[in-house]
Design a protein around this ligand. Structure first.
Ligand code: NAP
Length: 449
C-alpha cells in the first residue's frame, strides 16, 4: 500500500490477512498507520515491542445470539457483538449500535477508532464498541424493550463499571439505554450506575450527555475558528443526519450565531434557507420518530425536501457530517470545495472517505477527524462515570463548561502534536499521533499482556 513506512506496511498486511472482508476496519487501521511513519522513525521501540501490532488485535471479541419475540408472537433472531479492543488506559468504553448494516467489521472499526479518541480526552477509559444487526425502524416500543432485554441477557456477564461500560450510538438513545439498564439491574440485583452511560437524568444520567457529541463537535470548530480570529457568527452550515449528534450540533451552531440551512436522514435532505426550525426538527425526529420529509410538510413553503440526493450539494462555509461512515465521498468533497466550504468537522465516525479527506487536504480545507471532533460524547460519558462514582450530580452549566474545556484541550493537543511531528495544522496527524502515543506508552509500561 503506497505511503506506508516499511514496518507499518507489514503490520497492515497482517491486518488484511487476519480480518478478511472487514473493509471498514481495514480503512480505519490504514488511516492511523498512515500517520505513524514519523513516530516509528523517532521511537522505534513502538514497532520493536509489537505495540502497534497488539493494538490492531482486539483483547476480546464477543459474538452472541439475540432471540426475542415480536408483536405477532414470532421468534426473531439477531446477532449481538461486543469488541473489547483495548484496556490499557481504563475500562473498555464505547457505544452500542443497532442498525441492519452492523457486522463484525463495523464494530471493529468503531472500537479501534474509540481507543485513540478516548485517549485524546485525557480520561481513564479504554476502547470498545458493540451492537447488533437489529433494525429498530418501525418496531413498537414493546418490541424495542424485549430486544434490549434479550441483548442484555447475554451481554451483562461481560460488563461492569471497572470492566466494560457501553453507551449509545446509531439506533441506541435514552429509551434503549433505559431498557438495557433495567435488565442489567434485574439480572445482577445491583444498582450499578456506572455500568452504562447516557442514562436518564432522574436515574443516574449526566446533564449534557445527550447534547455532548454535537455540542463538542461545534466547540471544536469554534476553536479552529478562534485560531484564525473568526467565529460562527454569520456562517452558513450544513449538517448531515438528523439523529442525536446532528440535532445538538445544529442547536449549538445556532446558539453561536451560525445558520444551519440543511440536514438529512437516509432518505433525503431538507433545505431551510432561514435556518432549521429546531423545535420542529426535534418534534419530528425525537417525539414522533418520523422521517425528515415530515419537517417540510409542517413547515410549508419555507423549506424544501430533496429525496435520494446528497446533502453536500447545498453550499456552505462549514460542513458537519453527523450521520454515518463513508457518507461523504470524493465527488461530494469536490462539490463542497467548489462551493467555498472552508472547514469540515466529523461529528460522525469516519463519515468522509479517504479520497474525500485527500481532496480537502489538497484544497486547503481544514479537516477535523471524528476521533478528535466528536470525542465530546465519550468525554461526557466519562464525566457521567465520575458523578456516579461520587454519588454526585453536577449542573448543566458546570458540565457544559467541562465539555468545552476538554474540547479545547483536545484541539490544542492535536495542533501541538502535529507541529512536533512535522505536519503543522494537520489535525489528522495530530489526533492519530497524540492518541496513539498515549495508549502505546501505557501498553509499554504494563508489559506484554
Ligand atoms: P442516531 O441518533 O441513530 O442518528 C443517525 C442519523 O444518521 C439518522 O438521521 C440516520 O437517518 C442517519 N443515517 C444512518 N445511517 C445512514 C446512512 N446509511 N445514510 C444516511 N444517513 C444515515 O445516531 P447518532 O448517535 O446521532 O450517531 C451518528 C454518528 O455519530 C455515528 O457515526 C456515530 O457512530 C457517531 N457518534 C455518536 C456519538 C453519540 O454520542 N451518539 C458519539 C460519537 C460519535 P435514518 O433515521 O434515516 O437512518
Amino acid at each position: 500500500m503506497a505511503g506506508l513506512d516499511e514496518k507499518l506496511l507489514g503490520i497492515y498486511d497482517e491486518v488484511l490477512h487476519r480480518n478478511p472482508g472487514e473493509i471498514e476496519f481495514h480503512q480505519a487501521v490504514h488511516e492511523v498507520l498512515m500517520s505513524l511513519g514519523p513516530v516509528v522513525a523517532k521511537h522505534p521501540e513502538y514497532a520493536d515491542s509489537a505495540v502497534i501490532r497488539r493494538l490492531c488485535e482486539p483483547e476480546r471479541q464477543i459474538i452472541f445470539r439475540v432471540p426475542w419475540v415480536d408483536d405477532n408472537g414470532a421468534v426473531q433472531i439477531n446477532r449481538g457483538f461486543r469488541v473489547e479492543f483495548n484496556s490499557a488506559l481504563g475500562p473498555y468504553k464505547g457505544g452500542l449500535r443497532f442498525h441492519p448494516s452492523v457486522y463484525l467489521g463495523i464494530i471493529k472499526f468503531l472500537g479501534y477508532e474509540q481507543i485513540f479518541k478516548n485517549a485524546l480526552t485525557g480520561m481513564p477509559i479504554g476502547g470498545g464498541k458493540g451492537g447488533s444487526d437489529f433494525d429498530p425502524k418501525g418496531r413498537s416500543d414493546g418490541e424495542i424493550m424485549r430486544f434490549c432485554q434479550a441483548f442484555m441477557t447475554e451481554l451483562y456477564r461481560h460488563l461492569g463499571e471497572y470492566t466494560d461500560v457501553p453507551a449509545g450510538d446509531i439506533g441506541v438513545g435514552g429509551r434503549e439505554i433505559g431498557y438495557l439498564f433495567g435488565q442489567y439491574k434485574r439480572i445482577t440485583n445491583r444498582y450499578e450506575s456506572g455500568v452504562l452511560t447516557g442514562k436518564g437524568l432522574t436515574w443516574g444520567g449526566s446533564q449534557v450527555r445527550t447534547e455532548a457529541t454535537g455540542y463538542g463537535t461545534v466547540f471544536f470548530v469554534e476553536e479552529i475558528l478562534r485560531t484564525r480570529h473568526d467565529s460562527f457568527d454569520g456562517k452558513r452550515v450544513v449538517v448531515s443526519g438528523s439523529g442525536n449528534v446532528a440535532v445538538y450540533a445544529i442547536e449549538k451552531v445556532q446558539q453561536l450565531g451560525g445558520t444551519v440551512v440543511a440536514c438529512s436522514d437516509s432518505g433525503g435532505y431538507i433545505v431551510d434557507e432561514k435556518g432549521i426550525d429546531l423545535d420542529l426538527l426535534k418534534d419530528v425526529k425525537e417525539v414522533r420518530r418520523a422521517r425528515i420529509s415530515e419537517y417540510v410538510e409542517a413547515r410549508g413553503d419555507a423549506a424544501t425536501y430533496v429525496a435520494g440526493r446528497s446533502v453536500w450539494n447545498v453550499p456552505c462555509d462549514v460542513a458537519l457530517p453527523c450521520a454515518t461512515q463513508n457518507e461523504l465521498n470524493g465527488s461530494d468533497a469536490t462539490t463542497l470545495i467548489r462551493n467555498g466550504c472552508a472547514i469540515v468537522a466529523e461529528g460522525a465516525n469516519m463519515p468522509c472517505t479517504p479520497e474525500a479527506v485527500q481532496f480537502f487536504t489538497d484544497a486547503g480545507v481544514t479537516f477535523a477527524p471524528g476521533k478528535a471532533a466528536n470525542a465530546g460524547g465519550v468525554a461526557t460519558s466519562a464525566l457521567e462515570m465520575q458523578q456516579n462514582a461520587s454519588r454526585d450530580s453536577w449542573t448543566f452549566e458546570h458540565t457544559e463548561q467541562r465539555l468545552a474545556d476538554i474540547m479545547r484541550g483536545i484541539h490544542d493537543r492535536c495542533l501541538e502534536t502535529a507541529e512536533e511531528y512535522g505536519s503543522p495544522g494537520n489535525y489528522v496527524a495530530g489526533a492519530n499521533i497524540a492518541g496513539f502515543t498515549q495508549v502505546a506508552d501505557a501498553m509499554l509500561a504494563l508489559g506484554v499482556i
